[in-house]
Design a protein around this ligand. Structure first.
Ligand code: ASP
Ligand code: MG
Length: 315
């Protein structure tokens, strides 16, 4: 059922697509470069909104960092350096242009001092909020890196603050998106936004007071789905390290066949058992709005992947 208050073609000449890149997609220089090519190609056909995860493994580190800093604030220093090193190396391998590297280094420093501050706050009275500020750093560090990589390709982009867009309750670590204010904020932002491809850090939201929250592990998928629904997107694309869904696990069964399409009911069952590797609530906003999801491989963009569609579209 189309949402009558969704932005229509009057507002946007081309349809919106939400492209989400997971941690294994953007965890290497090659992955970031592939993501850039995919985004640039998408601009030919649609108005992409990009959602990024933290580089693979970083959120796990941040979870540990938050834990250790609460017990011993002196560990904040070493953790900040370690996370900084990871992104510094990724940027050094991805960006060849001196100026873009310098620009990223400035953004990196600013985010790292926020991370350091949040780690130190773990021992204080706002420990739960500080933990979310720590966890959000992985995604927040990725946004300016992808922006610089797009710039190197001549693609203008716009870094977006998800805290101001995805409105959540204050259940730190597993916050629930508040649909009505989120929809309003996302649409207001989209209507008045500057030119360029928006890059949104996944997994991150904010309370009505603007305090950073996170949506639970794997939450970037949900961020993308919520944005897709709020924007009346034509579809969501989930770019990952697998080239789609199979009838059986292709690593274990030679007769596994790739699936071109499955319907939402099937996908929902598989999401519950963890087979799709997505945040368990990802499909809800898409099903509500009848927005199809495509699972595609960042490293093999020529493979069509699998479409997850409303049942009538299967026919
Ligand atoms: N970086 C977060 C996590 O690892 C969110 C995500 O990747 O979807 O859980
Ligand atoms: Mg994930």
């Amino acid at each position: 059922m189309p949402d009558p208050s969704a932005p229509t073609s009057e507002h946007t000449a081309r349809p919106v697509r939400v492209l989400k890149f997971g941690g294994t997609s953007v965890g290497t220089a090659e992955g970031v470069r592939n993501a850039v090519r995919i985004v640039c190609a998408a601009t030919e056909a649609c108005r992409p909104v990009v959602v990024v995860s933290a580089a693979a493994g970083v959120t796990n580190d941040l979870v540990r960092a938050a834990e250790e800093a609460q017990a011993d604030p002196a560990t904040a220093e070493a953790w900040t350096r370690r996370v900084g090193q990871c992104y510094h190396t990724l940027a050094a391998n991805t960006l060849t242009d001196e100026e873009l590297r310098a620009r990223y280094a400035t953004a990196l420093q600013a985010e790292l001092s926020e991370l350091h501050r949040a780690l130190r706050e773990r021992a204080g009275p706002n420990a739960a909020a500080a933990r979310d500020a720590v966890l959000a750093a992985g995604e927040r560090l990725m946004v300016p890196l992808l922006a610089a990589a797009l710039d190197a390709h001549g693609q203008v982009s716009q870094s977006v603050d998800a805290t101001a867009l995805l409105c959540t309750d204050a259940a730190h670590g597993d916050a629930t998106v508040q649909w009505a204010p989120t929809r309003r904020r996302v649409r207001d932002w989209h209507r008045s936004r500057a030119d360029g491809v928006p890059i949104v850090p996944g997994f991150v939201g904010g309370t009505a007071d603007g305090v950073t929250t996170t949506l639970g592990r794997g939450g970037s998928d949900l961020s993308a789905a919520v944005l897709a629904r709020a924007l009346g997107a034509e579809r969501m694309e989930r770019w990952t390290d697998v080239d789609g869904l199979y009838t059986r696990d292709p690593d274990e069964h030679d007769d596994a066949r790739p699936l071109e399409r499955i319907d939402f009911d099937q996908a929902r069952t598989w999401t519950k058992t963890g087979r799709l590797g997505m945040h368990p609530c990802t499909l809800d906003p898409l099903i509500d709005a009848g927005i199809p999801l495509r699972v595609r491989c960042t490293h093999r963009p020529e493979v069509p992947g699998t479409r997850i569609v409303p049942a009538p579209m299967l026919a």
